[in-house]
Design a protein around this ligand. Structure first.
Ligand SMILES: Cc1cc2nc3c(=O)[nH]c(=O)nc-3n(C[C@H](O)[C@H](O)[C@H](O)COP(=O)(O)OP(=O)(O)OC[C@H]3O[C@@H](n4cnc5c(N)ncnc54)[C@H](O)[C@@H]3O)c2cc1C
Length: 402
């Protein structure tokens, strides 16, 4: 292998892709700094699923037992009508194509905490800061941080999410790469009025869905208001108040189930999380000494349910190639060559997720509900997703870099 060309790496973002990459880079003896704009690691959050090839990556990290210990273990999702009567109640895996007993359903903050705990003594974490400027030269990248600190690194990896700062600095405006799926969502915490325990309720209208769920922490419930909207609101800056107004206007006149109450709760929520349902499609994931990982490179959107898994797999491959290729250029090429086809297959799952969760028309919604009723009567596992999503989740065999 010879002497490694890459010895000193800066990663932007400490959620899933960033700390997972730090895990592998430090294992290969590469000096790693992670800069995170939040003042500390953000815990909690919505549950995400780790499946297929990503579980192999987690097992190779030796972190599968910790992650399974934090498994939310959702038991059911019930689709209700305007009076709250259950149309059909199913295993979550019937909708997601997951594998009960093997997959990990874990809150985003919990997986970030596990990855951080496994790396905090080996990597240098720099919270409450952000990259302000990147100046690439022949020997490295000179970085100026928002705090005024400076540093020089062999390479810089942007793992700073869907709205990546690193991507904007190097590749330009997000709108060039954003594939807007046509929906926005508002997520917020509400009292657990239904006494839900590891279960979800969903009330779907054409182009809209109101979801309430609770995990296994005995805490409050969480609500999502998802709605079709013709353009991505992130094409321009959108103020917090406008996010609330937009969401409320989209559910105006919807009086079924507890939607009016949810809209009121959303207006007052202190932890509102609003975003567009978008993917990132880039013609290339690196330029010079800077590369992207996780959602920054290839967000899949939550309607595909595969973003975190892609982040874990991509981090494993990128670090492995950096450790084994003669230089960063060939490592970035090999990373993209291997990971891109897998990522693109998983991004394509969004189409089915969309039709399952938010059918466009009343006709499609009726057909979906009829299918759900049949399934609930004779549960036959993974019949909702037409494509063999399980196969797609596991379509990549990880290389061995040891
Ligand atoms: C509601 C919802 C449900 C989801 N469900 C699933 C699911 O079931 N399965 C699944 O696999 N995925 C799911 N996802 C997607 C998943 O959350 C993402 O794909 C995953 O978190 C991507 O990880 P990441 O590390 O690439 O980016 P992110 O998790 O977005 O993290 C980016 C990090 O970068 C930091 N950052 C941002 N800007 C800067 C900056 N300027 N400087 C420094 N740091 C910065 C952020 O604070 C954050 O810590 C869901 C997403 C949502 C919103």
């Amino acid at each position: 292998m010879g002497e490694r060309a890459v010895k000193n790496v800066l990663i932007s973002g400490a959620s899933i892709a960033g700390p997972a990459l730090a895990f592998w880079l430090t294992r290969y003896g590469i000096n790693t700094t992670v800069v995170e704009k939040a003042s500390s690691l953000r815990g909690g959050g919505y549950p995400i699923d780790i499946r297929g090839t990503a579980l192999d990556a987690v097992e190779r990290m030796g972190l599968y037992p910790q992650m399974r210990a934090a498994h939310v273990d959702s038991q059911s999702i019930a689709f209700v009508d305007e009076r709250g009567a259950v149309i059909a109640k199913m295993d979550p895996e019937a909708v997601t194509g997951g594998v009960r007993g093997r997959d990990v359903e874990i809150r985003r903050g919990d997986i970030a905490t596990i990855l951080y705990a496994a790396t905090k003594d080996k990597a240098n974490y720099k919270f409450n800061d952000s990259i302000a400027a990147l100046d690439e030269h022949a020997d490295g990248v000179a970085v100026t941080f928002a705090s005024g600190d400076t540093g020089t690194y062999d390479i810089v990896i942007g793992a700073d999410g869907l709205h990546s700062n690193t991507r904007s600095l190097i590749f330009g405006d997000e709108s060039q790469f954003e594939k807007y799926i046509g929906f926005c969502f508002a997520g917020f915490t509400i009292p657990n009025i239904f006494g839900l325990d590891r279960s979800a309720l969903a009330y779907t209208l054409p182009g809209k869905n109101a979801v309430v769920y609770a995990g296994n922490d005995g805490g409050p419930a969480h609500a999502f208001l998802i709605f079709r909207h013709p353009t991505s609101p992130f094409r321009k800056r959108i103020a917090d108040e406008d996010k609330r107004k937009l969401t409320a206007s989209m559910f105006e006149g919807v009086n079924g189930w507890i939607v009016p109450q949810l809209v009121e709760d959303m207006r007052k929520a202190e932890d509102l999380f609003f975003d567009a349902v978008s993917q990132i499609h880039m013609p290339i994931w690196s330029r010079g000494r800077i590369a992207l990982a996780g959602d920054a490179a290839h967000a899949t959107s939550f309607l595909s349910g595969q973003g975190s898994s892609m982040a874990l797999v991509g981090a494993y491959i990128l670090a492995g190639e950096l450790a084994t290729q003669p230089n960063y250029t060939s490592a970035f090429e090999a990373y993209e060559k291997l990971a891109r086809p897998f990522v693109e297959m998983n991004q394509a799952l969004v189409e089915e997720g969309k039709h399952i969760m938010i059918p466009d028309t009343q006709e499609e919604l009726d057909a979906r509900n009829a299918m759900f009723r049949r399934m609930a009567e004779t549960p036959v596992g993974n019949v909702v997703r037409k494509a063999d999503s399980r196969q797609i989740h596991s379509a990549l065999a990880l290389p061995d870099y040891s």
